[in-house]
Ligand binder design. Structure first.
Ligand SMILES: O=C[C@H](O)COP(=O)(O)O
Ligand SMILES: CC(=O)C(=O)O
Length: 214
């Protein structure tokens, strides 16, 4: 898959809802319920980070949930990309990017949302063909004003800001011309997942799904 096609596909996925939940799943046995709760609230693209031993099993379980579009986050190596795809991930997200990882994602047809934190990184990815990128870690690198500044010289790149995004500040990003959606972990807090409070998670997801993208 070319980077151009990967970016087009991911923009289409990202337009399904304003927020992509960033999930750190420690118990794959709860993954299907978690995915169902998020989908019921109107969030469809789910990023399961490869930060726990259970992440791949969680992706397998979530891939069975109707309406869920499962992706892998924290894809740092070529092996991560291959294992995530084998577990059912249909897209990959990384906090940054390396040629090694991008090469493999392109070769195995895994749509990649690569991370950029500076104009140089964003321009490098654009040269390579990625016009949709993750802006990470969004709040720590200047937040919405920093992302807005990139829209001047680089209007052809659109972003999914992630890292420190919350219900309180999401609008400051979603109102920018170069933002398609945002990523955030707040919609699936560890304590609600541990309690199995799926209604609570659906409520958080519905609040996030109701955010406006302009
Ligand atoms: O590592 C951070 C993830 O990208 C999500 O960030 P967050 O927990 O601030 O929403
Ligand atoms: C934070 C991030 O970009 C990731 O885990 O994929």
């Amino acid at each position: 898959m070319t980077p151009q096609i990967a970016s087009e596909r991911l923009i289409a996925v990202a337009r399904k809802a304003p927020i992509i939940p960033v999930l750190v799943v420690s118990d794959a046995g709860r993954a299907a319920d978690l995915a169902q709760a998020l989908v019921a609230g109107g969030l469809y693209a789910l990023e399961v980070t490869l930060r726990t031993p259970q992440a791949l099993d969680a992706m397998r379980a979530m891939s069975e949930v109707p309406g869920a579009i499962v992706g892998a986050g924290t894809v740092l190596t070529p092996d991560d990309a291959r294992r995530a795809q084998d577990a059912g991930a249909t897209f990959a997200v990384s906090p940054g990017s390396t040629d090694k990882v991008l090469d493999v994602c392109e070769a195995i047809d895994l749509a990649m949302l690569p991370g950029a934190a500076t104009a140089t990184e964003a321009l490098y990815l654009l040269e390579r063909g990625y016009s949709f990128q993750k802006f990470f870690p969004a709040e720590a690198i200047g937040g919405a004003p920093a992302l807005k500044s990139l829209a001047g010289p680089l209007p052809q790149i659109t972003f999914c800001p992630t890292g420190g995004v919350s219900l309180a500040n999401a609008n400051s990003y979603l109102s920018l011309p170069n933002t398609v959606c945002a990523g955030g972990s707040w919609v699936a807090p560890a304590d609600l997942v541990a309690k199995g409070d799926w209604d609570g998670i659906t409520k958080l997801a519905a609040e996030a799904a109701a955010l406006e993208v302009s």
